[in-house]
Ligand binder design. Sequence first.
Ligand code: AKB
Length: 320
Amino acid sequence: MQKNILVTGAMGQIGSELVPALREKFGKENVVAVGFIKDKEPSEEFKNSGPYESIDARNKEEIRALIEKYQINTIYHLVGVLSAVGEKNPNLAWDVNMNSLKNILDLAVEYKIDRLFWPSSIACFGPSTPLFDTPQKTILEPTTMYGVTKVSGELLCQYYFIKYGLDVRSLRYPGIISWKTPPGGGTTDYAVAIYYNAIEKGKYDCFVKENTVLPMMYMDDAVNATIKLMEVDKEKIKVRTAYNLTAISFSAKELALNVSKYIENFVCTFNPDERQKIADSWPKTIDDNCAREDWGWQHKFDLDQISIDMIKNLKNKLVK
Ligand code: AKB
């Protein structure tokens, strides 16, 4: 079947890299990118590489019009307000994260969408969740509004699968490290910002303590996992809330030491702010065996490979 794909949140951290990967795989004209970031116009390259529409994903009628216009049968609904911004504006986080998801789920049922992807996160866990090797099925009592929307969203997705047979699939992303877009309002942003600052200033003042450990993943692995999950046969998907997913866990200090292996004289200081509390509420390591067993998930990038690739690409991007 010809895939006609709609990607919301196309200008966000994941969207900016998933859209080109999908266009490469399924053809430029078959992937409609939907962005809506005030004050941020998409680059000419982004706009010219395939269909682009500027729409607020909360606007159900405008999304409906797009589904009809492009005869959409596959949706990646990536729109979301992340954890740190969500704590500053919980009402906005609820409104954007939940209302856009509910609209998309309803439209997906109405238009018999073949497959829908929606991102969950390690933010669905909370302080009462086991900190190490967090199992697939465990306590979900997040203490951020972002996390509350992730648990609610997971349950809503599962409900639409059970009630309407909607083929909706989801991953609990760890912190994602990438170079194409600057950090965007999350708690794991320090693991991206450190590279920008190391290259531009030779130093970084990290906003979590040096012993803070969180699960992380390189963007290339995250994009591969997402496309793989969406391509696998329906029968293989046993989890309809969201799959645990991880690559590697390291402390902020280990990250800083690794960056200094590749950037001479790099100095990292640690000055925790309000994001420390959010980081402390999330697990340190994740058990993602269900994803590995059910649909063959495997990560490729370790910390050295991440640092080498980040530094190479950021130097090209930042150093003129
Ligand atoms: C955040 O830090 O809010 C996100 C996430 C872990 O979902 N990167």
